[in-house]
Design a protein around this ligand. Structure first.
Ligand code: ADP
Length: 174
């Protein structure tokens, strides 16, 4: 499913964030210390190889809502943007911190002249953010940020499960 706003297309697909070879950048749902982990971080670090953790370690710890950029190492992507999402019920206000992740990742990528970027559903795994609420916050933030972007033409959200995919499609359809 796709929606184009100004010159930028938002795509919702089902798949693996670590297997998006046509994207210049992918976003990691990182932990504060930017180390290998479970879920998205595990998939990305596995595919990138140990060089990614070596590059990232000195940049940590990062705060909820913050985004930092690294190279892609053995990934097919030139860059990885690492975002720390809020832990639901702990880092507050969750919706503002989740919005900060998407906005900061997009603005950082745009500054690096990146044209295509893929996001996972940040905070909706181990961090416990309800999927539907997260989809609405994320899509509203993406749509609100598009007018401030000059280089990004494609923003893809990659959902791992079928249920999450359906939730995001419905949210994008409005
Ligand atoms: P967080 O700690 O921010 O909650 P997780 O990595 O635990 O991050 O999960 C975020 C979301 O990404 C969850 O919905 C999870 O199902 C999904 N996910 C897990 N692995 C992958 C993957 N390889 N590609 C895309 N999404 C994934």
């Amino acid at each position: 499913m796709k929606k184009t706003i100004a010159n930028t297309t938002i795509e919702i697909i089902r798949g693996d964030i670590a297997s998006q070879p046509d994207m210049q950048a992918i976003v990691n749902a990182a932990n504060a210390h930017l180390l290998n982990g479970g879920g998205v971080a595990g998939a990305i670090h596995r595919a990138a190889g140990p060089g990614l953790e070596k590059e990232c370690k000195p940049m940590g710890p990062i705060r909820p809502g913050e985004a930092v950029i690294s190279g892609g190492h053995n990934l097919p992507n030139k860059y990885v943007i690492h975002c720390l999402g809020p832990v639901y019920g702990q880092d507050k206000p969750e919706d503002k911190l989740l919005a900060d992740c998407y906005r900061n990742a997009l603005l950082l990528a745009d500054k690096k002249e990146i044209e295509s970027i893929a996001f996972p559903a940040i905070s909706t795994g181990i961090f416990g953010y309800p999927a539907e609420d997260a989809a609405h916050v994320a899509l509203k933030t993406i749509i609100d940020t598009i007018p401030n972007l000059t280089n990004i033409r494609t923003i893809r959200v990659v959902l791992f499960g079928q249920d999450d995919f359906e939730i995001w499609k419905k949210a994008l359809a409005g």
